[in-house]
Ligand binder design. Sequence first.
Ligand SMILES: Nc1ncnc2c1ncn2[C@@H]1O[C@H](COP(=O)(O)OP(=O)(O)OP(=O)(O)O)[C@@H](O)[C@H]1O
Length: 456
Amino acid sequence: MTNDSWGQARNDLIKAVGKNNFVTWIEPLRLIGLEGGIARFEAPTKFMRDWVSRNFAEQIRTHLSLAGKAVDRIEFLVASTRPVPIAQIADRPTRTRTALAAARVADEPELPGAPLDSRFTFDTFVVGKPNELAHAAARRVAEGGPTTFNPLFLYGGVGLGKTHLMHAIAHELRTRRPELRVLYLSAEQFMYRFIQALREKQVMDFKEMFRAVDVLMVDDVQFIAGKDSTQEEFFHTFNALVDQNKQIVISADRAPGEIKDLEERIKSRLQCGLVVDLHPTDYELRLGILQQKAEAYRAQHGNLKMADGILEFLAHRITTNVRVLEGALTRLFAFASLVGREITLDLAQDCLADILRASERKITIEEIQRKVAEHYNIRLSDMIGPKRVRTIARPRQIAMYLAKNMTTRSLPEIGRRFGGRDHTTIMHGVRKIEELKASDNQLDEDLKLLRRLLEA
Ligand SMILES: Nc1ncnc2c1ncn2[C@@H]1O[C@H](COP(=O)(O)OP(=O)(O)OP(=O)(O)O)[C@@H](O)[C@H]1O
């Protein structure tokens, strides 16, 4: 009779809560007792138990009653004895933090995070104007104090130090607050974990694990754009953690609003905290990084003979990104130590010829026109055509502005490439964008993005 009532109630619940909810939340429940007006269910995980009891208990009670079993109360238990969640461990007053951390390791399953690079710490991160805000925000999060902004969203072009900063936060938190469960992984790994959980029918474990962390860091979040179910899951994980006041740190190659095919609700959630841009490096920062790397090399390998002005030369010539800069220095040191020679300007030019050539790459007006047309979804031919409607004229002016600022072409030359326009038209376009840029945030963001895309 008990099972009949539950069978009947289950059938009705499919209609009441919808098939998806039913399959996810109700179907895995096991009725283990129904007496004295109390229905007892077993849920496979703690997370599921909490969720079902918060969201579906009343409906289950109603439908059991409708199926002929008067129920006053419902109790949900967790099926197996599962590891003690960190929140409960942390509540125990007599344990020290280190003991808590040790208990955590013993009690809890390993978090599915990516390994941290031991070199990526705050000590090895060189701070300059372009990254000072990102660095300060990362430092604040790494203190592990109360959440002041959530999420911290770090974005910037390739190789500008996003991953380095995220690892630095994780290292610091592990030292300062070993009792916290810090999970760092790439968005790609998040997706693979999720797919694996789907395949192995372990979605509940997946949810529970991600919702039990204290600090979640997801690198390269642009990766999940266009991947619908991963986005959906990410959104729920994100919300659940924010609701519990858990810190989230996200990185991407562009601002949330600029990530194509990312759901609007996710974009807006990502913008709720602090969004910080890692700007392209300037000369001083590049030189600072090179000096630090050279010092680190000396400390490890002993003295290094290097003529004056080499680091300055590299900082001046290699402007692409820090990864390339580092690679150049490493190659130079390796080469010099192999041939046993002092590093001179000639040797540097010789050994790094390809990198220096690549850094010299000139951006053409055609490339700018193509990228801008693509970005604003207009035809390339409209860049040079006569149409004056705002939706075409504005992107055209943006392309003129970028052509003026990113190439060495003169105004008349630019005019010729824009369908033979007069240089005064180009000047007007450039000024217009300069003016708008100061007051229109969206436009400013668009310009930064286009610059990054063109420089990549
Ligand atoms: N300010 C900095 N000080 C010291 N090293 C830096 C700095 N910025 C970047 N680097 C170094 O440059 C390399 C690339 O940095 P990182 O991997 O963090 O870049 P990223 O922004 O995550 O790039 P991607 O978009 O490719 O993921 C790393 O070796 C990192 O240590």
